[in-house]
Design a protein around this ligand. Structure first.
Ligand SMILES: [Zn+2]
Ligand SMILES: [Zn+2]
Length: 336
């Protein structure tokens, strides 16, 4: 029996979440073939327009390329100045986004607990975390490891484009492909993330590497990129695809910024950022699908856009039945 044919499932008790989207979560991906192509295209349209976090990242990556990146002439050889410039720019970018969201949502509580998934406070004195503080732990790993690995990939990419090791595609000669890559790369990113993430949940790698990210059962913006350096290397390695496909540095920068900045926003802990406690106008940021992963661990390794979890039997739709199935799977995994 597939998920779609299943009987209605028991919903979680009211006390389990402060807020959750409609449950059980539905497969909202393009890949649900029963839905038909017209409905699929409508979903794709809605995931980008009229405004979405990823459209903002496209704009940001274009601005970054034109105004905040070295020329390819400069990037032909590594020198301290331009590498440090990219590092500093990335440091500022993540600090503005994660810092800004943290201030807005958690320090000044501008929308209270409205649309917040889990209203429990962050840990302030817990030896599990570096510096015994969830906030400081998350900031430290995001900046010290996250920005360093992000910058290393970006610097490597710019150098590779400049020297012809990454095949180049420009807008003037290939306008359609230029646009199509923005649409396709996120799908590839989800499949890559699913398998890397499953590997990260394998016993020894989980214990030594991925458990650092999972210190956060309740997440905030700084949790998104709070990872062990080995996880950062694996997580961002999807950009190595640019060694084999022809693309523009804007695509490369877009893919990196999507991975980093959307990890920050999707761990916001809130479904949407709104213009205040009583406002309905807002930008969808959080990802309840991944919030379930942080609470129940052995489920939802991917992202809902490509339903790998559904295909491989690891989907948690937010229902009590799915929690029971996940607990059973966790038990079996630990026996091995
Ligand atoms: Zn995980
Ligand atoms: Zn996470």
């Amino acid at each position: 029996m597939t998920y779609d044919e299943a009987k209605p499932e028991a919903l979680p008790a009211k006390s389990t979440w402060n807020y959750h989207p409609d449950l059980p979560l539905q497969d909202r991906s393009l890949f649900n073939l029963k839905r038909g192509p017209a409905e699929g295209l409508k979903l794709l349209w809605g995931s980008w327009l009229p405004i979405s976090d990823r459209l903002i990242v496209v704009s940001l990556s274009i601005l970054t390329w034109f105004y905040l990146s070295p020329s390819l002439q400069t990037a032909r050889s590594f020198t301290f100045d331009w590498v440090a410039g990219v590092y500093l720019r990335n440091l500022i970018m993540i600090s503005l986004l994660a810092g800004g969201m943290h201030l807005y949502l958690y320090t000044f509580k501008m929308q209270g607990n409205r649309l917040r998934y889990d209203a429990r406070p962050f840990h302030k004195k817990n030896a599990l975390f570096t510096f015994s503080s969830q906030f400081l732990d998350n900031v430290f790993w995001s900046l010290a490891s996250g920005v360093t690995v992000w910058t290393s990939y970006e610097v490597l990419g710019l150098w590779a484009y400049a020297n012809g090791y990454m095949p180049m595609l420009d807008f003037t000669n290939h306008p359609i492909w230029f646009v199509v890559w923005f649409i396709l790369l996120p799908f590839y990113g989800v499949v890559h993330f699913y398998w890397i993430h499953r590997l990260l949940h394998w016993g020894p790698i989980y214990n030594h590497v991925h458990s650092l990210h999972h210190r956060n059962v309740n997440v905030g913006p700084w949790s998104g990129m709070s990872m062990h350096p080995i996880e950062h290397i694996g997580y961002l390695s999807s950009v190595l695809i640019h060694f084999v496909i022809a693309s523009h540095p804007i695509h490369f920068i877009f893919q990196l910024q999507s991975k980093v900045l959307l990890a920050v926003s999707s761990h916001a802990g809130y479904e949407s950022v709104t213009a205040g406690e009583n406002s309905d106008a807002g930008l969808k940021v959080g990802d309840f699908f991944h919030q379930l992963h942080h609470r129940y661990f052995e489920c939802n390794y991917g992202e809902p856009e490509v339903p790998c979890d559904k295909w491989f039997g690891t989907f948690h739709d937010g229902s009590e039945d799915a929690t029971a199935r996940t607990r059973l799977r966790t038990k079996e995994m630990r026996k091995k």
